[in-house]
Write a protein that binds this ligand. Structure first.
Ligand code: ADP
Length: 439
């Protein structure tokens, strides 16, 4: 659709440039790409990007000096990434999807495969039809040199994932799990499930399917996956977690790999879901030829400060899980918090988004997963969670971070654990920030 000369021109202009899609973040010399979003049109901010020192811009509605014009910037960068992908056909391509744990699995896999050779990975949580191409464009040098390429692929509506899989054409496809995340955006469970299973596309030769079969709906489908299939998460599979416990600042875990027992001490506090992600990464790394991933994991540290990260603030154990929420990640957190030692355990929780017609059911279910806590506080800046008002036992409902922080200061003490969890859009981390700054 786009002549290769135009793609080459774009690649040449952006060769040594940092790419930005938010004009407010543009620094001197950066290259700005304008996208039309739901609320804003990035084309309206091209002048702002130039005022901040942009060296050039890609646009689908504005023309001018140092502006490369295309008919649709989203399609264009998608085609550019297809062009880049053709330049390294020998590397093993690994595509990771799932309701939760994509980024964690990607990071652990990156760490393990780096022991074998050069690895490219998509950046952060850039897992959409914009994020994956932008990652490839920004880190094309790493991609060209890589022996292993890891792509995080997301979907929050039907059709997202097949498009990415068709672009990447993975040799190894991974499903970390299937749950209720974003389920409100799909017509029904079948449509949601089929979307997730589209990661296992049989048109690419030599596909290896690595799949968490804890969920019965997935287990039923296993026989139909193409190529070699390796299961994890169940007994007698490629990886099965048998036990875990915490001591000081580390996690001891016991697991079986095809019935062989292994023990491992991991740095930091890992929840059961994150240990399952380690299981996925373990199987991927073995498939790629790493002898025994356990040898290397002692060096690994989870690189986040907002996904089940334990911090000490004002003598309290703050468990920061503010990055996002879903019923599954809440359940896995509860199973893990049960095992953490603390005087009292307090939960501060907010809404779970993208539940659509299931919103009421999902929010009622939240209470089932708050069993390890002595006290529960609800941050209802988003009102979906107000359905819990029917339940007794909630100490405070508030949409004011200052009020919640004051309550915590007054009613919690040293050695208490305070857990924070809500969907990204809730921005529940504001309460931690206020708590930290308060006198
Ligand atoms: P994603 O990239 O799919 O959004 P992340 O790896 O960023 O997932 O983790 C998001 C949240 O889900 C964190 O709270 C994390 O502790 C939790 N989590 C991670 N892996 C799993 C899993 N396998 N099952 C349930 N929850 C998980």
């Amino acid at each position: 659709m786009y002549p290769s000369s135009k793609i080459e021109e774009f690649l040449e202009i952006t060769r040594e440039r940092v790419i930005k899609i938010d004009s407010r973040r543009v620094n001197e010399g950066d290259y700005y790409i304008a996208f039309k979003g739901n609320r804003y049109d990035g084309n309206d901010f091209i002048q702002d990007a130039f005022n901040r020192g942009a060296s050039g811009a890609l646009s689908d509605s504005v023309e001018g000096k140092n502006i490369l014009s295309v008919d649709d910037t989203k399609n264009f960068i998608f085609e550019v990434s297809r062009y880049i992908l053709k330049k390294n056909k020998t590397a093993k391509r690994i595509a990771i999807t799932g309701s939760t744990g994509k980024t964690t699995t990607k990071e652990i896999t990156f760490f393990l495969l780096s022991k074998l050779g050069k690895v490219f990975k998509t950046r952060g949580n850039m897992n959409t039809e914009i994020g994956v191409p932008l990652s490839l464009i920004s880190d094309r040098k790493e991609f060209y040199d890589a022996e292993f390429c890891i792509f995080e692929t997301g979907t929050d509506k039907q059709g997202d994932l097949p498009k990415l899989v068709d672009l990447i054409k993975p040799n190894i496809s991974v499903l970390t799990n299937f749950g209720t995340q974003h389920r409100g955006n799909f017509k029904n469970t079948r449509e949601h499930l089929n979307e997730k299973l589209s990661i296992f596309n049989d048109t690419y030769a030599g596909l290896i399917s690595i799949v968490n079969t804890e969920n019965d709906l997935i287990k039923e489908k296993v026989g139909s996956f193409p190529g070699k299939t390796i299961e994890f998460g169940r007994k007698n599979s490629g990886f099965f977690l048998t036990d875990f416990e915490y001591s000081n600042d580390s996690t001891m875990c016991a697991f079986k790999v095809f019935e062989e027992s292994r023990l491992l001490r991991l740095n930091g506090i890992w929840n059961r879901g994150q240990l399952s992600d380690f299981g996925a990464a373990y199987v991927i790394a073995k498939e790629c030829g790493l002898d025994e991933p356990v040898f290397y994991m002692q060096e690994f540290i989870l690189p986040y400060s907002d996904r089940f990260a334990l911090k000490f603030i004002k003598g309290r154990k703050i468990l920061d899980d503010t990055y996002n929420s879903s019923l599954e990640s809440l359940r896995t957190a509860a199973e893990s918090i049960e095992k953490i030692k603390a005087k009292k355990k307090i939960a501060v929780v907010g809404s779970i988004f993208d539940q659509g017609k299931y919103s009421e059911e999902s929010h009622k279910k939240i209470m089932d997963y708050l069993y390890p806590f002595d006290m529960i506080l609800i941050y209802d800046s988003d009102k979906q969670i107000d359905i819990i008002k029917e339940y007794s036992g909630v100490k405070l409902f508030s949409d004011d971070p200052v009020e919640i922080s004051k309550w915590l200061l007054k009613n919690t003490f040293e050695e208490d654990l305070i857990y924070f969890k809500a969907s990204r859009a809730v921005k529940i981390e504001e309460i931690i920030n206020v708590f930290k700054e308060s006198e």
